[in-house]
Design a protein around this ligand. Structure first.
Ligand code: PAF
Length: 280
């Protein structure tokens, strides 16, 4: 695996591959890699001639400085894992390389980024769109891979690619879970043993809520999920919303849409965890 720090060097290297007719797949990450990232990279490596992974903790998507400071960084472990699972190029730029001057671009995603994460993390998705659009412009991948755990992020990236008419296919990859059901996340490393056990209740409740769908409205299921999670000490729901899987707007009835997803954010102690479940 080649490790590249400069944009010019990366462009040169990928241009040679493109001229040779090779397809390029891309997995953007912020490091602290786990089996969820490994699933993205493995799929990317299997579907493309060249698999590029970026590792960059993007400051513009953190609306909270403390969250940015605490974000786990495990460079050596990450390099080892990427090497083992078939990444060809690791792009690891500095903040100065990616933002030689401030990025003042503002993206308009309509209602997509006004709900859920967008409501609780103002500016977050604008920052995600800034970095992902820059990375796409540099790498020009044929396909790019994103985890379905960040359900709203995936919807925003799809909307951005459509808006900017970028010729890249966005591939959503199913959530990878620990044995107890907790969705894998770089933030899980910040949990104590006790909190990790408590956090498994998030997916347990989401799974059980799928059964409730047969006998209760989305509103009732929403209240039930929040009550069940609040019954676990240490867990506090920031939001749980049952939404149309494309528009991300609330559904009043299960028949409102072909695609219905429940999206949740829960604080476990002071660690913010997100998850989702598909109802239909
Ligand atoms: O999902 C992430 O890790 C980040 O939001 C991403 C897509 C790498 C952009 O910084």
């Amino acid at each position: 695996m080649e490790i590249i720090y400069s944009i010019t060097r990366l462009k040169e290297s990928l241009q040679k591959q493109r001229v040779a007719g090779k397809t390029i797949g891309f997995v953007p990450t912020m490091g602290a890699l786990h089996a969820g990232h490994a699933a993205l990279v493995t799929l990317c490596a299997s579907e493309n001639d060249v698999c590029v992974v970026s590792l960059f903790v993007n400051p513009t998507q953190f609306n909270n400085k403390e969250d940015l400071r605490r974000y786990p960084r495990t460079w050596e472990k990450d390099c080892l894992l990427l090497e083992q699972i078939g990444a060809d190029v690791l792009f690891a730029p500095s903040v100065e390389e990616m933002y030689p001057e401030p990025d003042n671009r503002f993206f308009d995603f309509g209602l997509l980024d006004k709900v859920m994460e967008g409501r609780y993390r103002p500016g977050h998705f604008n920052g995600v769109a800034q970095i992902v659009s820059k990375l796409f412009a540099i790498i020009a991948p044929d396909k790019a891979y994103f985890g379905e755990k960040d359900f709203q992020q995936l919807a925003i990236v799809r909307a951005m690619v459509k808006q900017l008419k970028m010729p890249v296919q966005i591939v959503g990859v199913p959530i990878v879970r620990e044995n107890g059901g907790l969705a894998l996340s770089s933030r899980n490393t910040l949990l104590t043993e006790q909190e990790r056990g408590d956090a498994t209740n998030i997916y347990r409740v989401l799974r059980e809520s799928v059964e409730m769908m047969k006998i209760a409205t989305p509103d009732k299921v929403t209240d039930w999920v929040i009550d069940q999670i609040h019954a676990v000490p240490d867990l506090r729901v920031e939001y749980f919303e049952i939404v149309d899987g494309d528009s991300l707007q609330l559904v009043a009835s299960w028949d409102d849409s072909e695609s219905v997803v429940g999206c949740i954010t829960v604080f476990c102690g002071d660690v913010r965890l997100i998850d989702n479940i598909r109802y239909k």
